[in-house]
Design a protein around this ligand. Structure first.
Ligand code: 13P
Length: 343
């Protein structure tokens, strides 16, 4: 059976103008860290309640086109008994699912990682689709350091991403292909440019070799940015210009959308960078966000695990979502940061 039309519809919905994707797919271990930073206990009920807060935020559908779930969340329900995936679909927000099983060390490559999760993926995708998921995510991780990344690591991750993407399109699920070059080191923007170029080149080579139709995928990359520990931080304009310069050389125009990860950037930087990138357009692909931390950090803080702060948490999330929606269209201004967050 061909899932051509279904894949096209999902891509169209996810790349809608003025909207982007909420990455709410933190594993139980990762959300533990985000909760601990705000003294919230990491119980299943707190995870469920927090996701309900995000998904039921009034008006979030005006800035959010899709939400990436962690598997646990795909099986969870709102207080009124509605499955989260159904609740979002009703608002026109597309539910998606993280399908990789995280990273392990890459044998023979000290300090480097490879992502696992291909075993049984075809069957898992059928089950996820039955629960409402229409797109998926797999994250490959590339570390910059002394003598790394190796070509071996870049190629291994590119092959895994391509095999995952092929499995997804076969199941009528749009794959988000996420090769993330980490921004935690002391490298310059130029080094990030060089590594991101190599990674994108290898990723598209493998997507071709694995016969993946590029019109049916979304790319989720890092921006070309200075490492967090680099003494000289590139300006917002430099990040925007070098990101686009890199992508123009390595991302075929058949790819319908590029949705950036935030990767540890501050909320305001992530928004300002996206806005500067949009203002350099028109671009051959739709460019938007698929942020985790940069969309959620203020909401977790405002909520703090307390029912009394529910509305404050929703207001904080709505505010960041609105600002990033504006940035997608190149209509964000720093003054908008000071607008009162409300729902
Ligand atoms: P961040 O925006 O916090 O990097 O998360 C996005 C994501 O999905 C990482 O895999």
């Amino acid at each position: 059976m061909s899932f051509h039309k279904e894949l096209e519809t999902t891509v169209r919905l996810l790349t809608a103008s003025g909207k982007g994707i909420l990455a709410a797919d933190e594993s139980t271990g990762t959300i533990a860290k985000r909760f601990a930073a705000n003294s919230i206990e990491n119980t299943e009920e707190n995870r469920r309640a927090y996701r309900e807060l995000l998904f039921t935020t009034p008006g979030m559908e005006h800035s959010i086109s899709g939400v990436i779930f962690y598997e646990e969340t795909l099986n969870q329900k709102a207080t009124d008994g509605t499955l989260f995936s159904a609740l979002l679909a009703k608002k026109g927000v597309v539910p998606g699912i993280k399908v990789d099983k995280g990273t392990v060390n890459l044998p023979g490559a000290p300090g480097e990682l490879v992502t696992q999760g291909l075993d049984g993926l075809g069957e898992a995708l059928k089950v996820h689709k039955g629960m409402g998921a229409r797109f998926a995510k797999w994250r490959g991780v590339i570390t910059i350091g002394d003598g790394i990344p190796s070509t071996y690591c870049i190629d291994s991750n590119a092959v895994m991403l391509a095999r995952y993407a092929a499995r997804c399109t076969e199941a009528g699920i749009v794959p988000i292909v996420e090769p993330e070059v980490l921004m935690d080191a002391d490298n310059t923007l130029e080094r990030c440019f060089e590594v991101t170029s190599q990674v994108l080149h290898a990723t598209f080579r493998e997507l071709h070799r694995h016969r993946v139709v590029l019109e049916h995928i979304l790319l989720k990359p890092n921006m070309v940015i200075s490492g967090k520990k680099c003494a000289t931080q590139a300006s917002i304009q430099q990040v925007a210009e070098q990101t686009i310069r890199c992508f123009r050389s390595h991302v075929p125009v058949a790819v319908p959308g590029i949705v950036f990860l935030s990767g540890g950037q501050s909320d305001e930087h992530a928004t300002a960078h996206l806005d500067a990138i949009a203002r350099l357009g028109p671009h051959p692909w739709t460019l938007s966000f698929s942020y985790g931390r940069a969309l959620q950090a203020p909401a977790i803080k405002a909520w703090g695990g307390k029912a009394a702060n529910w509305k404050a948490g929703q207001a904080a999330f709505a505010h960041r979502a609105r600002l990033n929606g504006a940035a997608q269209a190149g209509k964000y201004t720093a003054a908008m940061e000071r607008e009162v967050a409300k729902v």
